[in-house]
Design a protein around this ligand. Sequence first.
Ligand SMILES: Cc1cc2nc3c(=O)[nH]c(=O)nc-3n(C[C@H](O)[C@H](O)[C@H](O)COP(=O)(O)OP(=O)(O)OC[C@H]3O[C@@H](n4cnc5c(N)ncnc54)[C@H](O)[C@@H]3O)c2cc1C
Length: 580
Amino acid sequence: MPIEIKVPSLGESVTTATVGKWLKQPGDAVKTDEPVVELETDKVSVEVPAPADGRLAAHAVAEGDEVAVGAVLATLEQGAAGASAPAKAAPAAAKADKPAAQPAAAAKPAAAQAEAPAETDYDVLVIGAGPGGYVCAIRAAQLGFKVACVEKRATLGGTCLNVGCIPSKALLQSSENYHAAGHDFAAHGVVIDSVKLDLARMQARKADIVGANVKGVEYLFKKNGITWLKGHGKVEGTGRVTVDGKPVTAKHIIIASGSDSANLPGIEVDEKTIVTSTGALELSEVPKRLVVIGGGVIGLELGSVWQRLGAEVTVIEYLNRLVPGTDNEVASQFQKLLVKQGFKLKLGHKVTKAEKTKKGVVLTVEPAAGGAAETLEADIVLLAVGRTAASKGMGLEEAGIELDKRGRVVTDAHFATNVPGIYAIGDVIAGPMLAHKAEEEGVALAEILAGQAGHVNYDAIPGVIYTWPEVASVGFTEEQLKGKGTAYKIGKFPFMANGRARALGMTDGFVKVLACEKTDRVLGVHIIGPCAGELIAEATMAIEFGASAEDIGRVCHAHPTLSEAVKEAALGADNRSINI
Ligand SMILES: Cc1cc2nc3c(=O)[nH]c(=O)nc-3n(C[C@H](O)[C@H](O)[C@H](O)COP(=O)(O)OP(=O)(O)OC[C@H]3O[C@@H](n4cnc5c(N)ncnc54)[C@H](O)[C@@H]3O)c2cc1C
């Protein structure tokens, strides 16, 4: 039966294109993914590939014609020149000719293309069931693809659900409750004579929460008819992978293998006394002295957990500040509040050696700028110096897939690698290593594969640090706007002046809104304070919809709520805050 070759999604806000050169004529034999026709828009130049092996039956439009996204370009007699491809597979995505993250121009390994299977077991096969992979698999199944997901871990959900976002937030909540019971409740007139810690129970609660979440993903796979292929996935080339050595074929292969904790030379992790975040989530005793190497988000969140439970926490950071990339004003307030809580900070220092002793670990620490070394003793050392892309040992280089200097898979604006039919999303590609960024990419890619206009707005990806107080931001920092030469205005509102914050007894911090001087468009919002991670959603929505500061200021916010601080800060951009 003839199948139609249609105008694919051409990117955000592009609805039409001009038909360029026909690369195949009626009667020509074509192979899957072989370019059939060129399309031109003012943004991209696209070669539309054949969705299956066969023979081109007829052109439906002529060169120079204006065509809309979704319009029929040609018909193809499927299988007339070979075996048939999976019926459900949609046309491959357009490739931007100036891709956001390079590669489409990179040489396509001929071997990988030549050996592409004519028939495949699945339409879409995802390697990795983290938030990028499992969300992509679900969206692809919703769109009618036959989907499999390869996962080597015993449970689904990836780093995030098993050893990342979820267990860390469970322990952050429990430790916050413990600390509040011992330190804050008395101010409310709630007197507790002795607060006791049951760490085993706290850890068991965390394990239950993780268990419920990972089982939830398993349920979602069943509900959406997704096959979980248990084992280690290896890419062999276009259309081909192996799972624990067993061959499996798919029209579209998606690498969503995530990331691993980064190492430091001279420091050997044993996950007992020298731990990564994974070991730090599993401690069965509160360490007396915890040294955290790295003043980033993960180190400070897990440092907070153990500090609240009684550990003396020292953070050693190479730079002269914490949480690089965060708005300077927010970061400096954050640093002051952490020190007030009892954190010891050794900024501008590096750890050069870690020696295990009977009692714990002795660290050698030197000023980053050079100078005399000193030693520091710890019961537990948490190595939290970032994460690296998990791109090794899965056949990527052998298959000719381009990796950057940091081992990340290089993709174009539509998540395509340089090897046809192979895509990548999440922590294994460039961009912030965040679960929700991976999820957005998973959804966008599934939609692109289905011929829709999936996209991710990288200017509106919020970031949250779940410490006390929380820190949340979206859009540009003041430093970035200065660097770009953008004229901006600032609106700021302290939680001290917010009624709900006072009622909660949580008045540390502020909301800062950065808006364009000329247009009033919101360019960045930075919050340090209670529930900052929830409050940032309104700011993200504002940036996504191109709202002005005045738009936020004119929206009715319930009283008394913390969100009124966001409204007041937005009004402040025009010097018209009411309550300060
Ligand atoms: C302690 C900690 C706390 C965090 N907290 C937050 C937070 O609060 N918010 C946030 O947004 N982000 C947080 N993150 C980051 C977040 O976990 C990651 O950004 C997110 O998990 C990335 O998703 P992903 O799908 O790209 O990869 P991952 O979640 O890493 O999943 C990849 C999966 O692929 C599997 N895999 C890899 N290679 C293969 C192979 N060859 N074959 C089969 N399976 C394979 C792995 O087993 C893994 O399950 C945290 C991370 C850590 C470590």
